[in-house]
Write a protein that binds this ligand. Structure first.
Ligand SMILES: NC(=O)C1=CN([C@@H]2O[C@H](COP(=O)(O)OP(=O)(O)OC[C@H]3O[C@@H](n4cnc5c(N)ncnc54)[C@H](O)[C@@H]3O)[C@@H](O)[C@H]2O)C=CC1
Ligand SMILES: CC(C)CC(=O)C(=O)O
Length: 367
């Protein structure tokens, strides 16, 4: 990958490579855009096949956060970190302390939180070195694990998508195929089960599948079979790139609504599912519950206020569908339009010089 060319194409601000030999830390922090405020996005720990794959993931996820935060109405820009390593084997205290010091060095340009492979405990360690971390333990006045909040947002957004596709937002009796039943999807399945939806689940982790089968009466299928099952709604809740040339021909669902980031392998796959008449709830709009929850910490965490904002993901998804219809475009493009318009408007209105500009972080209390 020609890095500067890629960064220029999608207008990235900064890419940082952080290395600490003692702890084994190899982290990549990507800051995409800070027009709306400091970049907030989680830290993913994953065993990447190559350094290039890790860089690409950090860049794509960071840009996704710019759009997610903008579309959610947050005064935050987009960034993300990937740490190269096996989250089950390679973690140690020194690694997250070293990472925390790198974040502190950015002086508030980037704020982190959990993502795949990292936990509240990891965030607590980072907090030893920097204030610029969210999703730490509630005993520090924080919001804790963002996954239940993300799940609730996905549930709300799925209802809005169901209304668009089936004329009613009730999920009772609907068959929902869930790919990956990890932190987010476990809670999503609980909401769906409580509403009377029928669940078909898959995961590469057999224990996670077993839990969903036992607790929610879910039917289990093999990971490769999830795309083609007979269902009303497909909920991708594992990793990205799963809507692609191989999977699209298998899909029977009328709705795609799940938590995974970067679900479309390429933009053109969003066009294809649109032409097929599938109602797609754009990933970064529907999965914003977690970031809305952790962002509330910057004002002094108030759960009620955060949940009210997460409820509105229903309205945000409806807004995207309305733009798509108004402009005759697929929903993924409508979501981009929603986010880009907000960023552009704020960019223009910021042209006035202010000596000591008010900053979201200056409102942060109790730290
Ligand atoms: N945790 C959060 O609050 C947020 C998560 N997301 C996104 O939602 C997705 C899920 O996140 P978490 O639940 O936190 O992660 P997780 O790691 O707890 O869950 C993912 C699950 O997917 C399974 N999986 C991985 N590859 C698979 C495959 N090929 N087939 C079937 N299952 C597979 C894993 O075994 C795991 O159980 C990720 O894409 C993440 O970026 C997005 C916004 C917020
Ligand atoms: C706080 C995290 C849940 C934010 C994030 O990285 C995401 O939404 O993907």
């Amino acid at each position: 990958m020609e890095l500067f060319k890629y960064m220029e194409k999608y207008d990235y601000e900064q890419l940082l490579f952080c290395q600490d030999k003692e702890s084994g830390l190899k982290a990549i922090i990507a800051i995409h855009d800070t027009t709306l405020g400091p970049a907030l996005g989680g830290t993913r720990m994953w065993m990447y096949e190559s350094e290039e794959a890790a860089i690409e993931d950090a860049l794509r996820l960071a840009r996704g956060m710019t759009y997610k935060n903008a579309a959610a109405g947050l005064n935050l820009g987009g960034g993300k970190t990937v740490i190269i390593g096996d989250p089950r084997k390679d973690k140690n205290e020194a690694m997250f302390r070293a990472f925390g010091r790198f974040i502190q060095g950015l002086n508030g340009r980037y704020i982190t939180a959990e993502d795949v492979g990292t936990t509240v405990e990891d965030m607590d360690i980072i907090y030893q070195e920097t204030d610029y971390v969210t999703g730490i333990s509630p005993e520090f006045g924080s919001s804790g694990n963002p996954s239940p909040a993300t799940a609730y947002g996905v549930y709300r957004g799925m209802k809005a998508a169901a209304k668009e596709a089936f004329g009613s937002d009730s999920l009772e009796g609907k068959v929902v195929a869930v790919q990956g039943v990890g932190n987010v999807a476990y809670h999503l399945c609980r909401h769906l089960h409580e509403e009377g939806a029928q669940l078909i689940v898959t995961d590469i982790n057999k224990e996670a599948v077993q839990r969903a089968v036992e607790e929610f009466g879910a039917k289990a299928v093999d990971p490769n079979d999830i795309y083609g099952v007979d269902c009303d709604i497909f909920a991708p809740c594992a990793l990205g790139g799963i809507i692609n040339d191989q999977t699209i021909p298998q899909l029977k669902a009328k709705v795609i609504a799940g938590s995974a980031n970067n679900q479309l392998k390429e933009a053109r796959h969003g066009d294809i599912i649109h032409e097929m008449g599938i109602v797609y709830a754009p990933d970064y709009v529907i999965n914003a519950g977690g970031v809305i929850n952790v962002a509330d910490e910057l004002y002094g965490y108030n759960r009620e206020r955060a949940m009210k904002k997460i409820e509105q993901i229903y309205d945000n998804i409806e807004k995207v569908f309305a733009i798509a219809k108004r402009d005759g475009i697929p929903t993924y493009k409508a979501a981009d339009r929603l986010a880009e318009e907000r960023i552009e408007t704020m960019r223009k209105s910021r042209s006035q010089f202010l000596q000591n500009g008010h900053h979201i972080l200056s409102r942060r209390r109790g730290r």
